[in-house]
Design a binder for this molecule. Structure first.
Ligand SMILES: *[C@@H]1O[C@H](CO)[C@@H](O)[C@H](O)[C@H]1NC(C)=O
Ligand SMILES: *[C@@H]1O[C@H](CO)[C@@H](O)[C@H](O)[C@H]1NC(C)=O
Ligand SMILES: *[C@@H]1O[C@H](CO)[C@@H](O)[C@H](O)[C@H]1NC(C)=O
Length: 282
């Protein structure tokens, strides 16, 4: 059977006007569905084949028989109800390549072709602020956006409302084929974005933290605060004076008699004394 297939492939010539290659990106470990439109399959044909990179065979279908999963693709392929479309399971980097569905009648005809690229998710990134310089009306900020294998620096000039990026948005293709970008987004955010076709990671910073000062508290607030403090302090002082006077008076009362005249004389003295205490405090 297989020899017959090989011979047939050698004999048959490629039909002109094959369908275009469809690019597909898949994250490592995930599945991909490779579709064949059943309406494109001729009613009469010798055999139908899925091939990988023009050499490995995945699936063969003969008319009026069940599809055959070939070689080491057993257990890695799920067939769909229409017999021709397939789902490749748990893709690894080595599965990247071109998958072609072909039907053979009196010529070969490509029914579908997919260029599958299997990608690992991108690594995390970090955004650091290298330098800041501020003047009364603007603020310059230099940042570096770094991934494991790449980094880019960029300078932003910001005023109260917006930032402009020196030389426009910066981006770079990393060694692993991902893209590293640094750009300004509204709401005073600078974004460092690491992305490929299947994933992205980001870090961001708020320029307010580095550039724009918080408005000073209104003077009335601080004024009230100080007045409150002084009043409180004076109240405490007055209370202490009063307590002192009472204690002093009690002690004196023990040693001296308690006739009205001395009481009167003493109370005058205490008043004087109180006056002296408050004088001292000023
Ligand atoms: C920010 O950079 C611009 C352009 O390089 C320069 O004209 C400006 O003086 C800088 N401002 C500060 C605060 O350093
Ligand atoms: C960003 O700004 C928009 C409108 O200016 C607002 O609706 C949104 O809540 C802001 N987002 C953050 C995170 O501040
Ligand atoms: C990062 O880049 C990806 C791919 O270009 C995009 O889909 C995503 O929205 C970006 N993230 C942010 C926060 O801009």
């Amino acid at each position: 059977m297989f020899v017959f297939v090989m011979v047939a492939l050698l004999i048959c010539t490629e039909a002109p006007g094959s369908s275009a290659v469809t690019p597909v990106f898949v994250q490592t470990g995930q599945d991909v569905f490779l579709d064949v439109n059943e309406a494109d399959v001729p009613e009469e044909f010798l055999f139908f084949l899925w091939r990988f990179n023009g050499k490995n065979y995945l699936v063969s279908v003969s008319p009026n028989s069940k599809p055959n999963i070939l070689g080491d693709y057993t257990g890695r392929i799920e067939l769909s109800e229409n017999k021709y479309s397939v789902t490749l399971k748990n893709l690894q980097n080595t599965d990247s390549g071109v998958y072609t569905a072909r039907v053979t009648t009196y010529v070969d005809k490509t029914l579908a072709e997919y260029k599958v690229t299997v990608q690992d998710p991108v690594s995390p990134v970090g955004l650091t602020v290298d330098s800041v310089s501020t003047s009364s009306d603007s603020c310059n900020l230099t940042v570096t956006c770094s991934s494991v294998d790449s980094h880019i620096s960029s300078t932003f000039t910001c005023d109260d409302t917006t930032c402009s990026q020196e030389g426009g948005e910066r981006s770079e293709v990393t060694k692993s084929g991902a893209s590293l970008q640094v750009y300004y987004l509204s709401n005073a955010s600078i974004i460092c974005n690491h992305s490929n076709q299947v994933s992205w990671t980001q870090d961001m910073t708020d320029i307010h933290v580095f550039c724009l000062q918080q408005p000073e508290p209104p003077p009335s607030t601080s004024h009230h605060y100080i007045v409150g403090l002084v009043v409180g302090f004076l109240a405490v002082l007055l209370l202490l004076c009063a307590v002192g006077v009472v204690v002093y008076r009690r002690k004196r009362g023990k040693y001296e008699g308690k006739n009205n005249e001395t009481m009167h004389a003493e109370s005058t003295r205490y008043h004087l004394q109180l006056g002296r205490v408050s004088l001292c405090t000023h």
